[in-house]
Design a protein around this ligand. Sequence first.
Ligand code: VGL
Ligand code: ZN
Length: 199
Amino acid sequence: MADEALVIIDLQNDFCPGGALAVAGGDEIVPLVNDLIRRTEHVVLTQDWHPAGHSSFASSHPGKQPFETIDMPYGQQTLWPDHCIQGSLGSDFHSGLAWTKAELVIRKGFRPEIDSYSAFFENDHATPTGLAGYLQERGIDTLTLVGLATDYCVAFSALDAVKHGFHTTVRLDACRGIDLNGSVETMLNRMRDAGVTLA
Ligand code: VGL
Ligand code: ZN
């Protein structure tokens, strides 16, 4: 249907086994995502896209380790291993992903001083990526989200999608999570409470 889009979040090498911020089983979802691509007219991808030395990297903060949190001007920020550096192999989409049909690639996390989990807003929850305008202008009102990671970029994208009024489904069988301190359960509850359909 013309009013539906599949949004594939960050299905990139660095989030798959062997990558810098590997999500367990991240590569397992590729066949299912490819199937959804075949069955959906409009396909949009997001791509985590950080400059070297990005402020979300633990390596940019002396004495800090990956998965610690720090206070940033825009709120709390989890620190990550260096990942998805612009143009690196790790930033490429998984080689098995049939992504060429995609109509749009939204890159995020490219501003050195701020991270961006959501496909719609940077982590200040105020700076838009332009995706909502793109979808709305094209008459798309229904979204299916898949990809990595369930509890970070997928979840924050889904929460912002319902805020924008999109009918939003997350296909959990086509997502995998990082799960820091119970973050998968926390974010599943937040999505359910916000009106995201979890399928
Ligand atoms: C992601 C942590 C850092 C994600 C991206 O795609 O969920 N998580 N950057
Ligand atoms: Zn990132």
